[in-house]
Design a protein around this ligand. Structure first.
Ligand code: BES
Ligand code: ZN
Length: 458
């Protein structure tokens, strides 16, 4: 391994140059106008993966954005087969005016690279390519059998990947899945994420009168859809942070005493947390700590709300339309399809008869848990200790990677979530960044990890 680590050390400058090239491609998956850029990012990966020494590199077209596949299957039948998954699409960049530097002109400042996708997830998938490249260039082989798939639609719910996985079970068959699309628990504390929340994402459209009205002539006599929607939203949770949708908690697994003890042992500085976010008080479900609230309990949040006049100054109008996008993060054993029905039933029950309501399910994904006694987790602990020189912690992440559950259901493989971002990387926000020290240490850790995985008996 020492030659491989030396190779990584001496190629750092090249890695950074290549990363900047990759991050300069605006691969925003939810923007029709960026379709070609998303494709370009896929083609960039194809080229890089071929250069790295991976084999059978192939770009699969889908009904949406392409899936890039590669493999290297020469380690032998007695070695594990590991599927590396990640995404090369990124979130939109708005509000653009809040970025210090343009989101697709990567800039390095104070040891961090600033660009959309730097942490989520282009920077992290790039690290895998480099970890594999180091093995392939130095040893002309890989210690385990590797399959790689990078998709371009994770940020829009992996809409075509699910079908791809069930159509290509033989191609993707593997013992474990490895994903670097999460963060470390905190700086200098390498971490293994063993659980992700699920997601149920809904849109609510409210229609009042058949056209916008003068709010003086009609106000008071006709229901205002914004007022109606706001009233309905206040009925979704009580003042103790409990969600009021009938049946919402029916399938929620209770946190065990052991699990709560483990959460309590994780370092957490409430004052620092508040200061970082610029809030005086924290808020959340009564009876649970902040760590539990943000990772192991279900939630409901408005992600966007609209209606009426939003321009400068005043305009008196009683609008015809209002709407909201609402996400619910789910925990084991909640099912997004079931929650979507409960949500719709509840909203229709509380909607006033003076408006029309339409509820649409946009996308969802099941929560997931990786058993921490799998050998691939033990191998990750060893690799993180070698890469960072520190014993890692286990934690659960509040975000979602819906396809993790599909890997389990379709391929029978557990996912090992080995992420190198930091909680303050501003993923999905302006000024997304990635710490270069974690980037470089992460590449070495991944190189160690493939080696550690090869010691697992299958
Ligand atoms: N990388 C994130 C998942 C994540 C979020 C990890 C927060 C660590 C902390 C992933 O790209 C993501 O954003 N997922 C979406 C899923 C959705 C669009 C289906 C999410 O969690 O909102
Ligand atoms: Zn994301």
């Amino acid at each position: 391994m020492s030659e491989i680590i030396k190779y990584i050390e001496s190629n750092k400058d090249r890695y950074l140059k290549e990363l900047i090239e990759f991050l300069s491609i605006p691969s925003i998956s939810n923007d029709e106008e960026k379709k070609k850029d998303v494709k370009d990012a896929a083609l960039w990966l194809e080229k890089e993966m071929k250069k790295s020494g991976l084999e059978n590199v192939k770009v699969f077209e889908t009904a949406g954005h392409p899936i890039v596949y590669a493999d290297y299957l020469k380690a032998g039948k007695n070695k594990p087969t590991v599927l590396i998954y990640g995404h090369y699409d990124v979130q939109p960049v708005d509000p653009l005016e809040l970025w210090t530097d343009p989101p697709f002109s990567p800039v390095v400042r104070d040891g961090k690279i600033y660009a959309r996708g730097s942490a989520d997830d282009k920077g992290q998938i790039f690290m895998h390519i480099k970890g594999l490249e180091a093995h392939l260039q130095v040893s002309k082989s890989l210690p385990v059998n590797i399959k790689v798939i990078f998709e371009g639609e994770e940020e829009v719910g992996s809409i075509n990947l699910e079908k791809f996985i069930s159509d290509q079970k033989e191609l993707l068959k593997s013992d474990y899945v490895v994903i670097s699309d999460t963060s470390m628990y905190t700086d200098n504390l390498p971490s293994i994420c063993y659980g992700l929340r699920g997601l149920c994402f809904m849109q609510v459209d409210i229609t009042g009168p058949n056209r916008d009205l003068h709010s003086g002539s009609y106000g008071g006599g006709v229901e205002n859809p914004i007022n109606a929607l706001a009233n309905m939203i206040t009925k979704l949770k009580d003042d103790k942070g409990r969600i009021l949708i009938d049946g919402f908690y029916d399938d929620v697994l209770k946190l065990t005493k052991k699990e709560r003890e483990e959460f309590a042992r994780l370092p957490f500085e409430e004052d620092k947390y508040k200061e970082d976010l610029g809030v005086e008080e924290l808020y959340g479900e009564e009876g649970y700590t902040t760590i539990e609230r943000v990772s192991a309990r279900p939630t409901l949040d408005c992600n966007g709300i609209w209606g009426g006049y939003q321009g400068q100054g005043a305009k008196t109008v009683l609008p015809s339309l209002a709407g909201a996008k609402i996400s619910m993060r789910l925990v084991p054993n909640q099912d997004p399809a079931k929650i979507a029905v409960l949500f719709e039933d509840y909203l229709k029950k509380i909607a006033p008869r003076s408006v029309k309501i339409k509820v649409t399910s946009l996308h969802g994904g099941k929560p997931s848990v990786t058993p921490i006694d799998t050998p691939a987790i033990e191998a990750a602990v060893t690799a993180l200790k070698k890469g960072f020189g520190v014993e890692p912690v286990y934690f659960k992440e509040g975000g979602s990677i819906p396809i993790v559950n599909t890997f389990k259901e379709e391929l029978g493989a557990d996912s090992i979530l080995l992420g190198f971002g930091l909680p303050d990387d501003n993923i999905h926000s302006p000024n997304e960044k990635f710490d270069l020290s974690n980037f470089y240490r992460g590449i070495s850790t991944l190189a160690y990890y493939y080696d550690e995985l090869s010691k697992i008996k299958i």
